[in-house]
Ligand binder design. Structure first.
Ligand code: ADP
Ligand code: MG
Length: 256
């Protein structure tokens, strides 16, 4: 497997605080790679840099062989590198189906010229987007809530819908930042199963930040441990859990 994401020697400071420190990671195409580490290790900052939400101070990022260092998020989105976002407040009064249909795509309906001169084209593309949204709803088994307002969904259903929004964009790599937080155990199983299916059936590569070790253990291989903005160790979950340095970083020297 080759690397689809290659982060080389990236650094990032906020004021005098160096949050990412000469950090290099590779994500193999087709993998579900975990990114863990103590609070404040710089995981979310690294995600923001990879996804184009924050510029790096130093270093480079390659996506599928292309240098994408400091490419804005909306361009990365169209290249197929994206992250999940919480359903924004203004979308909570739209249905699940509408939320999926709102994901920006290459819809010619966005062009006013097409609306005037080619109403038939716009109509048929709208139908295509709708059909695609229905397929996504089906894939995620959300059919029973497709006409429910997003604001009324449970925490876990919202996470599935967020995953569904990434599917609308036909991604190659999806970054997930702590999506298990606040999700009940049953829906967590759904979420894990769906991520595995997207990986196996549609070939999505995932980079997963997660606090929930059980979820990391079930989902991720390899797992990368970040501490103070740099990679401490990378390996299988067993290798990580048996590493004394990792145990110390997480639980402090008193636990042995
Ligand atoms: N926009 C920001 N401005 C200043 N400091 C920040 C900003 N974002 C994050 N930090 C700091 O950077 C460090 C790493 O944060 P973060 O990347 O969120 O860590 P993690 O996700 O691993 O918990 C923390 O000390 C945090 O307070
Ligand atoms: Mg974080």
């Amino acid at each position: 497997m080759s690397s689809i994401i290659d982060v080389r020697n990236v650094s990032k400071s906020f004021g005098h605080l160096k949050v990412i420190n000469d950090c290099s990671i590779q994500v193999k195409e087709g993998s579900i790679t975990g990114l863990i580490g103590p609070n404040g290790a710089g995981k979310s900052t690294l995600f923001n840099i990879i996804a184009g939400n924050l510029p790096a101070d130093e270093g480079s990022i390659h996506f599928a062989g292309e240098d994408i260092t400091n490419t804005p998020a909306d361009q990365l989105f169209h290249k197929g590198l994206l992250r999940t976002f919480q359903i924004a407040h203004e979308f909570s009064s739209m249905t699940s189906l509408e939320n999926l249909m709102m994901v920006p795509g290459n819809q010619s309906g966005e062009s006013i010229i097409n609306t005037w001169f080619k109403p038939g084209l716009v109509r048929s593309e709208e139908l295509q987007v709708r059909q695609r949204a229905l397929d996504v709803i089906d894939f995620l088994s959300l059919g029973h809530v497709k006409n429910e307002l997003a604001g009324n969904l449970s925490g876990g259903q919202k996470k599935l819908l967020e995953l569904g929004r990434t599917m609308m964009a036909n991604p190659r790599v999806v970054l997930l930042d702590e999506i298990a937080a606040g999700v009940n155990r049953t829906l967590l199983q759904d979420l894990i199963a769906n991520i595995q299916r997207l990986n196996k059936e549609l070939g999505y590569t995932f980079l997963v930040i997660e606090h929930d070790m059980d979820m990391i253990a079930r989902l991720c291989n390899p797992v990368i441990v970040l501490a103070q903005g740099a990679v401490m160790i990378e390996g299988t979950i067993e290798e990580i859990q048996n590493n004394a340095e990792v145990v110390e970083a997480y639980f402090g020297p008193e636990v042995h």
